[in-house]
Ligand binder design. Sequence first.
Ligand code: ADP
Ligand code: MG
Length: 602
Amino acid sequence: MNQLEEFKALGLSEDILTAISKKGFETPSAIQSLTIPHLLNTDKDIIAQAQTGTGKTAAFGLPIIQLLTSKKAIPQALVLVPTRELALQVTQELQSFNSNGLSIAPIYGGASIEEQLRRLKKGIDIVVGTPGRILDHIRRRTLDLSGISYLVLDEADEMLNMGFIEDIEDIMREMPSSKRVLLFSATMPERIASLAKNYMNEPDILKVESKNITADLTNQIYFEVREGDKFDALTRIIDVEPEFYGIVFSRTKVGVDDIVNRLIDRGYAAEGLHGDISQAQREKILGKFKKKHTNILIATDVAARGIDINNLTHVINYSLPQDSESYVHRIGRTGRAGNQGTAITFISPSEMRQFGFLKRNIKADIKLEKLPTPADVIAMKRNRIKEDLYAIIESENYSDCQSMAAELLESYPPEVALSALLRLAFKDELSENSYPEIRSINVDRKGKARIFIAVGHRDGYDPRKLVKLLKRECGLSDHNIDDIKVADEFSFATVPFEQANKVVKALNMLSNGRPIAEIAKDKSAESGNGKSRGKKSDTDRKPVRKARQNEEWFDFEKPARKKKSVTDTGKPGKRADKAKAKPKKATTKVSRREKKEKTKRK
Ligand code: ADP
Ligand code: MG
């Protein structure tokens, strides 16, 4: 099965397709399907509107990269974005598609101007910048925009909110009138129309309507859970269910493989489906799943298309679907044909905002619930064992074990013999300690601040080094540092709210007054209910939103396992070792039966 068929049909080249496949994308989002062919096949200006998190960067990035040939002279494309975080994020996203050897660089306030001058001198094909700093360079005559053929106004609504309109107008005057203007926005305030009238050339409007779809066949719930805890949350849900039979959705094939591997490591009967899997293999996997030889299927949206299985107990959104339509498609696989089903969505802090959009769009009642505790899970397992025992006793199917039982009872008191036998059969499956702690987001979200730091892998940082830096320079201790994420050019860390300002200050002192840190997100923004959107006054609201998007980018790129070691304990590897040391678990009917048989044989 050629998974990238749909991308290919949009007119993208083989090179670009390779880059897309590396990223793990499988199917274009709605806005991508609209803009990519338009950009490749016409030369008209566009206004593109689609909600946050629907892949607008790739919607303009992929065709522009395909259309340009690297000259490494003066810039050929300029992408204007409202914040420096977004400048970095968009640059990274574009670089990940850069199959054409283009030189792509961010230019934003706060970063060293000398470094930017050096980059500019070397020649940049695509500049991603904030209006203020771009204007600085224009005034210093260090940026020549006379060769621009594409101008992208990304997050146009935000740029207008932040009062960049005049800067944008000034910048536009520096460009040839032949350039194409591509405006991307999540909303379409009035002022965009006037911008379009004055500065664009009869733009085509490409809009993705968010549909109101109700899906009420299924019990819909969600759990707030840190990205790094999602896997443990998943195992609890599977274990607490007497007959779990479900599909777990991940947005990328990288994600699918990661979850499958970790489940198999722990002894679950799981298999994965994504676009890289051959048709023959796919049929085999589906066959096994239909017969319930495997009871857990991990899949991408594309791979799950057309699967006709009616009696699932669960659909789990391990990562948020791309849009409300995929959500409805996904959960439509349970609660079919009169069967009761549950749709569960995991929401990490960085997904809350997008989840807010989603909830409003589908207008369904998705309820927040608490994860089953280890005690719940163990109680459930005990009951199950008792039921199974009862069934064997009822059937009187144990005569071949009786002589051994008698032998054991001669040597040990009954309780001791039975306990040891349970240990043998179930290892530490019945111990609460075999379930790693999952910290509640609600509790420790209070009083925490997220810090954006403009250093990353490129500057030689990894999570461990960043923790060291924070401890050394900001006087923080391990337990005060949380949720570290390091990307190529930037990082995030969570610190106690009352220390946040001090931390930012200390970091910014390090770089000779060149700001490298800022508070990225606050509590109100985490509610994800979109209430804060109406207010325009606070300027630091914007970084909040971008930070969130940065992190979403992360979640798709990095398998959760990698991030975890430091995220959770500050001590890399601790948890991973524990997981490895753990004996295999068998949760499916099949494997439990096998175990019982083993026990019998002995
Ligand atoms: P927007 O600008 O619309 O808010 P972004 O361009 O920031 O959205 O994309 C959000 C996330 O979705 C990014 O992590 C991006 O890599 C990912 N993404 C974009 N397109 C796809 C796709 N077709 N399939 C899977 N993930 C995608
Ligand atoms: Mg965007």
